[in-house]
Design a protein around this ligand. Structure first.
Ligand SMILES: Cc1cc2nc3c(=O)[nH]c(=O)nc-3n(C[C@H](O)[C@H](O)[C@H](O)COP(=O)(O)OP(=O)(O)OC[C@H]3O[C@@H](n4cnc5c(N)ncnc54)[C@H](O)[C@@H]3O)c2cc1C
Length: 376
């Protein structure tokens, strides 16, 4: 039954991606268009609240189905895949994991249906990997926190109607000096800054968030004051599974295109797939894709069963993202000169793949996390 259900969800995501995303991929990429209406249509089908319980407007599914949805979407468009992952895992996932009942009832139904798109702000201009030293402050003043500062590189920073924002409420450099606040668009003093002009993932919107004496009701605090950093790390444990799935989708998309092309393209009177130099590339890609999927499935299993997942989700994210870059690079090589043009999909996989080794913690940071776990 579980397998049947999973297959239905996977098929639905594949059909949607082929019908409603594929025809627009290059147009959205070139114009950096963030297709809000497409996310809303995905929300109607349950893809924007995959892990949210049904009684709160979501699909009530587990991590395996969530991985399937992202893989299917990312095989067609990495940028849309990134936004689906960020919306589900970060903003929605943070409120789902750490919101109280009232907060969940207030925000999750809107997020799960994509009536509202969600953003999540941890990174700042001077603090990426070293997020604990963030400088955006929140000072309690009566019934409100007064927030000042800015966040950088925030997915859905302009179009999102709601953001979970990590703010400093205590000492710099202390993990207990950070708290998580939900801030709605329209709150005076909350605006967005410039939109980044990116190498890849161009249909996924990335902007700055700016807070200027922004007064946030204190009931928008998630959990307890001072727990925000710990919460964010837990949110990233789950989020990294989704970035690993995004990587897997990109790797699969590039591989599929490379297999097809290598059978069609003739040189020296035969398909290039006949050359061992090409077929061995495909063998390496296929092997690495399988290995990445196994790691991701293990992480999803652990997460579904509420087991410790920090090490395996970091491994899945680290390995799958590097596989995505290698597969996309080899796919361009297999396409030769044609791979270097926008007439074929592999150049976009190549550009999109690189984000996967950077977002939600770089490969170097994943290695730090894994090393810390194995040396415990
Ligand atoms: C498209 C996109 C979307 C994003 N979306 C979001 C979002 O929605 N919300 C959000 O909060 N953030 C978001 N980010 C930010 C992202 O998480 C950061 O870019 C990432 O964590 C890296 O931080 P940084 O860019 O400041 O790099 P830095 O931390 O400055 O790192 C620069 C280099 O130094 C290396 N490095 C740093 N510290 C160490 C160390 N201790 N040991 C070894 N190497 C090290 C890094 O691995 C990297 O290679 C997004 C980024 C992008 C590009």
């Amino acid at each position: 039954m579980e397998t049947e259900n999973r297959e239905m969800v996977r098929q639905m995501a594949q059909d949607f991606a082929e019908k409603h995303i594929l025809p627009h991929v290059m147009e959205w990429d070139e114009s950096q268009y963030f297709p809000v209406e497409t996310f809303q249509a995905m929300g109607q089908l349950g893809m924007m609240g995959v892990l949210v319980p049904e009684e709160l407007g979501g699909s009530g599914l587990g991590y395996q189905e969530y991985v399937d949805v992202i893989v299917e979407v990312a095989q067609v468009c990495g940028a849309v895949g990134l936004s689906v992952a960020a919306h589900n895992s970060l903003c929605t996932g943070h409120i789902l994991a750490f919101g109280n009942e009232e907060q969940k009832r207030r925000w999750l139904p809107k997020l799960a249906t994509a009536e509202w798109i969600g953003a999540w702000g941890l990174t700042e201009a001077n603090t990426g990997s070293d997020a604990m030293r963030m400088m955006t402050t929140a000072v309690l003043d009566g019934d409100h926190y007064v927030v000042n500062g800015s966040k950088n590189w925030i997915t859905h920073g302009k179009s999102g109607q709601i953001a979970v924002v990590m703010v400093r409420t205590g000492e710099i450099g202390s993990s207990k000096g950070i708290s998580a606040l939900v801030i709605e668009k329209g709150t005076p003093g909350f605006t967005h800054g410039k939109k980044e002009n990116k190498l890849g993932m161009r249909a996924s919107e990335t902007t700055e968030l700016i807070f200027d004496n922004c007064r946030v009701p204190k009931e928008n605090l998630l959990g307890v004051q001072g727990e925000g950093f710990k919460q964010a790390m837990k949110v990233l444990d789950g989020g990294r599974i989704s970035i690993a799935a995004l990587s897997l989708g990109i790797a699969k998309g590039a591989f599929r295109a490379a297999v097809k092309y290598s059978k069609e393209r003739h040189q020296f009177g035969q398909p290039i797939a006949n050359f061992q130099g090409i077929s061995f590339k495909l063998a390496d890609m296929a092997t690495e894709i399988e290995a990445a999927e196994l790691l991701i499935r293990k992480a999803a299993y652990l997460k579904n069963n509420h087991k410790e997942v920090t090490k395996v989700s970091a491994m899945a994210k680290y390995y799958a993202s590097e596989v995505a870059v290698r597969c996309a690079t080899e796919a361009v090589q297999i396409f030769g000169g044609y791979g270097y043009t926008k007439d074929f999909p592999v150049e976009k996989f190549y550009r999109d793949s690189k984000l996967c080794t950077i977002g939600e913690g770089t490969s170097e940071i994943q290695k730090l996390v894994i090393a810390r776990e194995v040396l415990k």
